[in-house]
Structures are given as structure tokens and as C-alpha cells.
Ligand binder design. Structure first.
Ligand code: ADP
Length: 189
């Protein structure tokens, strides 16, 4: 069974929920770089203070910071049975760095879960969420822009893993249980 995984998916695709379910099902740890950064910002650690400068502007944290954080995390004991990385790698440089970290441990990635969803459906979901959470500035235009940024930013990373035959594309629309089952099936394939 597959154990060293990445998950990639657009905003509104339910990626976070599915990541939690998959890691529980497989008994591997979930590593979300966004969550780690946010926790460090909250605790005002040196890493958090550094990362916040970029996050506040909506920029990526520099690779030097992000890469060493991930390297440290992957060196911890609980990762030995596997992991699901969420939000990393986001750039081709990060892909290469991760390759190096895993190679040094004699490990390989097993699969990249790519959650997909019809764009109009995502827009509908995100508009509904914005309404419930009272985010008035999340207009349809803003949401469509965010989705196109996502596509642009993930294209190279996804392409790199597609070339290696690692990408398992899964439709993220439908009941939560249904989507989880699709992902598990795709990992067994
Ligand atoms: P989003 O809000 O886009 O879903 P995340 O919650 O994954 O993003 O991450 C929040 C922020 O943390 C990002 O906007 C970015 O500043 C930083 N971050 C997370 N992962 C990475 C990464 N792999 N490389 C650089 N910066 C990252």
C-alpha cells in the first residue's frame, strides 16, 4: 500500500478534509506547510516571525525557509511509516529539494493525489462559503482569479510528477465518503 504521498487540489476541493481522512485511514502523518507556518506565526517563533512577513502579503515564504522546515519535519520519528504532504512542493525548486531529501534516505514518493473539480462547481461552493462566513470581498471575479492562480502555480509541479507516472487524478466532487473511497481506490491501483 502506498505510504509516501502528496496531495494537490484547488481551493474549495475539500483537500483538507480528505487529507485528514486519508492519513487516518493509512496511519501516516499529515504534514501541511500552511498549518505549520500558521502555528509558528501564532506562537511567534523565529520561523513564524520570518514567515509572517511573506504570508501577510500573500507571497510564498522563501524556499530556503520552507525547504529546511520540511527537511526537519521529515527527519522526525513519526514519519517513518509514511506521510501525506499538503501544500508542498509548490515550486519546481521545492520538487527538486524534496527529491534530494528522500534520496538521501533511500526513499521514493509513492503517489501524488490530484483532486480535480469542475470550475463552475468550485466557484459555486466558494461563493456559498463566502456568504456563510460573511466574506463580502470574495466576489465571483476574485474567486475565479484565485482558481486561475492555483492552476498557474501548480502546473509545473504537477507536470514534473506526471512525467514520472506518479499522478493519480481523482474527481473531488461528490459525497465526502465517495471521494475518500475514490482516493483509496486510486492509491491501490
Ligand atoms: P492557501 O492559503 O493558499 O491554501 P496554505 O494554507 O497552504 O495556502 O499556506 C498558507 C501560506 O503559507 C501561503 O500563502 C504561503 O505564504 C505559505 N506557504 C505554505 N506552503 C508553502 C510552500 N510550499 N512554499 C512557500 N510558501 C508556503
Amino acid at each position: 500500500m502506498t505510504k509516501r504521498l502528496l496531495i494537490v487540489g484547488p481551493p474549495g476541493s475539500g483537500k483538507g478534509t480528505q487529507a485528514a481522512r486519508i492519513t487516518e485511514g493509512l496511519g501516516v502523518v499529515a504534514i501541511s506547510t500552511g498549518d505549520i507556518f500558521r502555528a509558528n506565526v501564532k506562537e511567534m517563533t523565529p520561523l513564524g516571525i520570518e514567515a509572517k512577513k511573506y504570508m501577510d502579503r500573500g507571497d510564498y515564504v522563501p524556499d530556503s525557509v520552507t525547504n529546511s522546515m520540511v527537511e526537519d519535519r521529515l527527519a522526525q520519528d513519526d514519519v517513518k511509516d509514511g506521510f501525506l504532504l499538503d501544500g508542498y512542493p509548490r515550486t519546481v525548486a521545492q520538487v527538486e529539494f524534496l527529491d534530494g531529501v528522500l534520496k538521501a534516505k533511500g526513499q521514493d514518493l509513492d503517489a501524488v493525489i490530484l483532486l480535480t473539480a469542475d470550475e463552475d462547481e468550485l466557484v459555486k461552493r466558494l461563493l456559498k462559503r463566502a456568504e456563510i462566513e460573511g466574506r463580502d470581498d470574495d466576489t465571483e471575479d476574485v474567486i475565479r482569479h484565485r482558481l486561475s492562480v492555483y492552476k498557474e502555480q501548480t502546473a509545473d509541479v504537477v507536470a514534473a510528477y506526471r512525467d514520472r507516472g506518479l499522478v493519480r487524478e481523482v474527481d473531488g466532487l461528490g459525497e465526502l465518503d465517495e471521494v475518500t473511497a475514490r482516493i483509496m481506490d486510486a492509491l491501490k491501483a
